[in-house]
Design a protein. Sequence first.
Length: 359
Amino acid sequence: MKDFSNLKVYSEYPNFEAAHDQRQEYLDGIVSVINKLRRESEAKREAFINPESYHADPERYRKLYYENLGWPLTEYSADLPTPNVRKKYVASDDRGDIYRMQIEVLEGLWFYGMYFVPTGKQETKTGLVIMQHGGGGSPELCSDIVGENNYYHMTTRILDRGVRVFCPQILCWKRVVIPEPPTEVMPQFDRHKLDIALKHMGSSIQALETYAIMRCLDYLCTDEYIDETKIGMTGLSYGGFYTMMVTAAEPRIISAYSSCAMNDRFKYCWEDWTFKNSGNTFTDKEICALCAPRRYYGEVGRNDAVFTCDTAPDFNGLVKPFYAMFGCEDEFRFNIHEDGHKFDLDDNAGFNFFIEPLI
């Protein structure tokens, strides 16, 4: 290689800020481009989906939603064989019987959850609720089996109404369950890196776990004691987001209750909550619209420090027109409760509305 060591070379060292203005202008330009695209996206979404076009062909939009999220949703079919299941009895308590379940949702991929049968309903046909935990959580946590939580005894409240409950484990556990000394007892992972790896392959963690929950329903609906016409889903935070996303994808869910998740997706554009071209097609408003005409209750807390209520759009004004096309405007409700990042403590605000069609 030619020797350049004796060249007299212009140097700005250690003045690293010599081109600060040029770099700042470039950065500002990127932000400006993003803001311009976001301003234009509202018109694109309105052209893509509106109450009239959705009412005319709901399944077309559901398929487009699958395509945006990616594989394996793109290959989901009602004709898939019933998945293999491992089911283990755990215990019985005042609420009923408790089982651990693993469902083989893809070859070699065993999805985990806990299944609860309410007392006295072992041989009675009942509805079923998918109760989805939030970030850092688990089926055990949201079911009062381990640790204090902010789920307001939701699993227990559902069981008390005589409805079966399935609590899936999504890939976002973090909770330390041994306090002294603090000990990590959960497998370690990087959710975002795994999501990126899936996106490289035309998938996403959201597509995979939405599909997994749908495959769980494929199995659960073969149970003679589950009324497949009375299936609901609820969840808090991450669980509230999954409730919205899965209900949009899964027509068997007839009632949904999403707590502390629905918001302005441009304000909370988390990596794993973002998918291909979603800003031009399916933000939270349009995803909720895919749930029409089925019952849907969404809520945020006025004192929520995680997803602030002042950034939440007027979902009643945005989504009710989609429901109105089906003649069921009152089946969609969005409420701001007076608490923080938790389910509303007022039963009448959401829980009764949600549970009514499942009893």
